[in-house]
Design a protein around this ligand. Structure first.
Ligand SMILES: Cc1cc2nc3c(=O)[nH]c(=O)nc-3n(C[C@H](O)[C@H](O)[C@H](O)COP(=O)(O)OP(=O)(O)OC[C@H]3O[C@@H](n4cnc5c(N)ncnc54)[C@H](O)[C@@H]3O)c2cc1C
Ligand code: FES
Length: 272
């Protein structure tokens, strides 16, 4: 039987610099015969042997060859991870958690609303949708970061924008010299494009304050509560529903989420 507490060794194949504090790690399981299967929206527990573990969203899509994790340097484990190079080995447990409801949202227009590092888990679904383009309607990606230097996956925007019936709008809280785009929080982008809420699903991830404002605006525009999908972060330890660290109300984010429809978590203390 699979032991969910046991990390599996994975080799870092490549490291991509996203920003001054965020890198994308391309991983391959050391036992090449083992296929790592996951769905967009799931996460792994990433361990650095001797240092500890951290839950990290899977940023690649199952349609890609390599497992990719986009990680911000913030504390003990992520500092150590950022010091690693190609051919170093890390541990992976998972995949864990509920995925985005990919089959149920087929045929819908997709409106992604991301703030900061929130684009990392959404990228998995964005890439899946682009790789199965005929399965979805219009795709709109609205993405906000603190400054232009904080925008993730910048080298992919051009390719994303070339997809049929796709719109990508970015914004920053504070512009730097040369920035010609929008300035303001991500919800200011809502007025710069058009949605048909009845045929759309909004997928939201970002810092807590962004969730509140984004959901409020989406509801005002006419999105139904079960057409707003969020992916949440909470402090986690086990990742498998045993330690009780990640609960919101009666739900455990690690097994009942991290992906929820807004209708499932509305009113749960401190959910969004
Ligand atoms: C489901 C899930 C998916 C995640 N996906 C990503 C991802 O794709 N990329 C990424 O960079 N990070 C992600 N995170 C956050 C990441 O797990 C934490 O930043 C991680 O704990 C850092 O480990 P550390 O040992 O480096 O930091 P630590 O030394 O443990 O912590 C540094 C500081 O961050 C705080 N902190 C740690 N975790 C959280 C949290 N979840 N919420 C708020 N504060 C926290 C600590 O209290 C401490 O103040 C995710 C978290 C969850 C629960
Ligand atoms: S992280 Fe242990 S119960 Fe969710």
């Amino acid at each position: 039987m699979k032991n969910e507490y046991l990390p599996y060794p994975a080799i870092i194949e490549q490291v991509g610099e996203e920003t001054y504090d965020t890198k994308t790690f391309y991983l391959k399981l050391r036992d090449g015969r083992r296929k790592f299967r996951y769905q967009p929206g799931q996460f792994v527990e990433l361990s650095i042997f001797g240092y500890g573990e951290a839950p990290i969203s899977i940023t690649s899509s199952p349609t890609e060859e390599t497992l990719k994790l986009c990680v911000r340097r913030i504390g003990k484990v992520t500092e150590k991870l950022h010091a690693l190079r190609a051919n170093d080995v890390v541990g992976i447990r998972g995949p864990f958690g509920k995925s985005f409801p990919v089959a149920e949202i087929k045929g819908k227009d997709l409106v992604f609303v991301a703030g900061g590092l929130g684009l990392a888990p959404l990228r998995s679904l964005i890439k899946t949708a682009f790789d199965c383009r005929a399965d979805f309607g219009k795709i709109t990606v609205l993405y906000g970061a603190r400054t232009p230097n904080d925008l993730l996956f910048r080298d992919e925007y051009e390719a994303w924008g070339h997809n049929k019936d796709t719109e990508l709008l970015t914004t920053v809280d504070t512009a730097s010299e040369g920035w010609q785009g929008n300035v303001g929080v991500v919800t200011t982008l809502f007025t710069k494009t058009e949605f048909i809420p009845e045929k759309s699903v909004a997928v939201v991830c970002g810092p807590p304050v962004m969730f509140r404002f984004a959901i409020r605006e989406l509801l005002k525009m006419g999105f139904a509560k079960d057409s707003i999908v969020v992916t949440l972060e909470r402090l986690m330890k086990c990742g498998i529903g045993k330690c009780g660290h990640c609960n919101i109300g009666h739900k455990y984010v690690c097994i009942d989420g991290p992906v929820f429809r807004y209708s499932e978590i509305e009113g749960l203390g401190g959910a969004v």
